[in-house]
Design a binder for this molecule. Structure first.
Ligand code: TXA
Ligand code: MG
Length: 354
């Protein structure tokens, strides 16, 4: 059996030094961010980037987000349009990924390698808002390519222990930064030729906040459907604006049924199918659905706080997934603000495998 990853306390200078050494040697490591844990490597080392795809079993038509310490470092790697500059100023550090044309280096080639962007002309960049990620980025000066640290298609990790259970036999070390405060991945935004903004993935920065930051600016929401549910031929996937957005994503092994939030209907109407089912819901106890027919129940946020629901989402899905249930009924949350990103994850978790 392979050696298991060491989990190190993320904030110790010794851990940061060891993680830096591993990254410079071309390894990939588990790294906490405010959204989810990432599987990080030196973004400018193509062999290391290939290691990330291999560790995740991830198809290499799916581009990786590059994490940088600040907007200055981002400007070395990509060309900013004016709305991107405004969004970076407003939301970095934070859960916003900007997809921007790659900058070209002295040799006339894009600085960020093709493997990182899956051959796309643009690169996704973000500045994470987590002290461990910040310290590692500052200490090493590296740009870190980091997808979520789960095997391809499965639930994103929000603790160091989740990373260990997903990839512990494949990576040397994991920096432990505690549970992720934000809990859903970054919002991914691109720009059309005419400069309008396109939301490629719903996430930690709500669409409402983007609109507020750029008043009067067009914001396109790419339809969340009409995507292949399983990796198809690379060229078909390349045609998608954000190739990683396959429908089957964030999925527990246990079948999950998603019931969209219905403001008019009382949740008490939910009855479990035959067998041992779990219930995933959200809200104050007085609105509780009748849990009596369910073998297990998890409430994303008993006080009705959406930020808490997002922080709990993947951990609760994982807990229910570990109980050997026949299925999970997940009731959606109100579809505004962060709630949209939560519902997006639940809907994708429920999509039958393609
Ligand atoms: O919060 C996050 O974004 C986390 C943490 C670790 O930073 N990362 C993350 O990475 O969720 P990943 O690889 O699981 O998802 C990245 C998403 C994918 O859907 C991918 O298609 C899209 O971002 N993406 C990345 N680079 C892109 C590019 N150049 N063009 C279009 N979409 C891109
Ligand atoms: Mg992911």
């Amino acid at each position: 059996m392979n050696k298991l990853a060491q989990i190190l306390p993320g904030l110790s200078p010794d851990s940061i030094a060891r993680a830096g050494q591993a990254l410079r040697a071309g390894a990939c490591i588990g790294l906490p961010t405010e959204t989810v844990y990432g599987l990080a490597c030196d973004a400018l080392n193509p062999a290391a980037v290939a290691g990330v795809f291999a560790a995740k079993d991830r198809p290499n038509f799916d581009p990786l987000i590059v994490h940088v310490r600040d907007a200055g470092q981002a400007r070395v790697l990509a060309v900013f349009c004016e709305p991107a500059r405004v969004l970076a100023e407003r939301f970095w550090p934070g859960p916003l990924t900007l997809v921007l044309p790659r900058a070209v280096g002295d040799a006339g080639q894009p600085i960020v390698p093709d493997l990182v962007t899956a051959g796309l002309p643009a690169v996704g960049l973000r500045v994470p808002d987590h002290p461990v990620a910040q310290q590692l980025l500052s200490a090493t000066g590296l740009a870190l390519a980091a997808p979520s640290a789960n095997r391809f298609g499965s639930v994103s990790p929000t603790t160091a222990q989740h990373v260990a259970s997903e990839l512990g036999d494949r990576i040397p070390l994991i920096l432990d930064g505690g549970p992720c405060a934000r809990g859903v991945e970054s919002t991914v935004v691109g720009f059309t030729d005419t400069g309008s903004m396109r939301v490629l993935r719903l996430g930690g920065v709500p669409v409402e906040a983007l609109r507020e930051a750029l008043p009067g600016h067009a914001v396109e929401l790419t339809p969340p459907t009409s995507r292949p549910s399983a990796p198809g031929p690379a060229d078909a996937a390349q045609a998608l604006p954000s190739p990683g957005m396959t429908d089957r994503h964030y999925a527990p092994r246990t079948p999950l049924r998603y019931l969209p939030h219905d403001p008019g209907a009382g949740p008490a109407a939910v009855t479990p199918p035959a067998g041992r089912w779990g219930l995933l819901w959200f809200g104050k106890p007085e609105h509780a659905p009748d849990p009596s027919g369910f073998a297990a129940e998890r409430n994303l946020s008993p006080d009705g706080e959406m930020t808490r629901a997002a922080a709990n989402l993947f951990a609760h899905m994982r807990e229910l997934d570990g109980l050997g249930l026949d299925g999970i009924v997940a009731i959606g949350v109100p579809d505004t603000g962060l709630g949209r990103a939560i519902n997006d994850r639940l809907r994708r978790a429920a999509t039958a495998p393609g």
